[in-house]
Design a protein around this ligand. Sequence first.
Ligand code: HEC
Ligand code: HEC
Length: 367
Amino acid sequence: MKLNRLLIERIDHRILVGTLAFLAIMVLLGWIWINENGRMAAFDRQYLARSIERGAALYAANCSSCHGVDGLGAVGRAPALNSPYLFGHDFLAEIDTELTVLNAERPTAELNGLTERVTEIDARIAELTTERDALIAQMGPAVNIGYDPDSPSRTQRMGWTATLRSLVLTTLVAGRPTSGNYWPQPMASWSQSTGASLRTDQLEDLTNFILNWDKGSNWTLDDLNSVRQFPIYPIDPSTVTIVEGDPRIGATTEIAAVMEGLAMVTGDPQNGQTLYNSAVLGCTGCHANAAVAPLVEGTWTRVTNERLTLPEFAGYTGEQYLAESIIHPNDYTVPTYASGVMPANFGDRLSYQELADMIEYLKTQDQ
Ligand code: HEC
Ligand code: HEC
């Protein structure tokens, strides 16, 4: 008699049953695996959402006084974090890419005598340039407070090559100790590792909260123009030189002689604005921050309504007051500001034309 009688006698039936059982197990495992992935993703999402929520609470308690409740920055205190600039959104990218391609193609087309194509390229370049200028004009409010459309990324401008996440986290851990040189209070370290109040997981929650402001490709010009304060780039006055050309005024030239020189030229306010906002002169670096220097906005109103009524400026014109403020900043110090902060060497750096341009620009600040 057979001891171990087989349940399924025929060998081919046994193979079939075995195969089916194997397949059933694989399907079951696959099903579990798929669900597990979904479950893990949902878990990650929930984890991130909770971290962002905790970060929001920490931000409101510790950061909003300087960076603004909405992250748009506070004038003269700290730069915006909820800003296309921090996330490096380039509003001109599409136009600039097309311009680069066209400018690269043009010489070849010309060389090959493709006159029709060259005309087409030129027309398109003109069209794109107009579009570009119109877009920049719409950025006016941001440009007026120091935004440079041609340098749209904070990390690039800082020379930071790692991720934005690491920039934020590093800033929270280490602070920016030297930023007190150009802000009323520096960005401090927040890490317990330096004796401050927050744990590493809390710094990560804050980082997740800040990075959650990123709108990717959906940043708008309204977002840009709502920024209240952009980062400041301190300049080292000794490294500044301006393009050679006309002779410089000279830092020690008497104000009467400066005025005679100015009478020979006609100022262009547009170029004055460009010069004023240029990194090379750095006027905006100080004058967009009321804590450091009088705001550029309203300069002309203040000059005519306040400065010129002072006895020491009896007989002055507004233009003369501005010229003296720029060439001999230490002759008069605007109340509550420190003297000696504004560089006294602009006379050595500016030509009469450039000074006239900037005075014309400052005269438009009459709101
Ligand atoms: C006393 C005011 C103050 C407080 C409070 C403050 N910050 Fe700052 N923060 C600054 C200043 C000023 C800067 C600009 C530093 C610089 O120019 O390098 C800055 C820079 C930063 C930056 C880098 C932004 C950039 O563009 O480089 C981040 C991120 C940041 N702060 C996050 C925080 C967070 C999060 C908190 C709360 C835990 C906080 N800050 C609290 C003043 C402050
Ligand atoms: C390093 C910071 C700094 C830079 C850069 C700077 N300024 Fe000033 N500026 C100040 C300060 C501070 C004051 C107020 C104290 C004083 O009167 O000297 C001032 C005052 C002025 C005033 C007088 C304003 C008023 O309300 O009466 C004018 C005009 C002016 N600056 C123009 C300029 C121009 C133009 C440039 C660039 C060519 C420039 N500044 C660059 C810091 C700066």
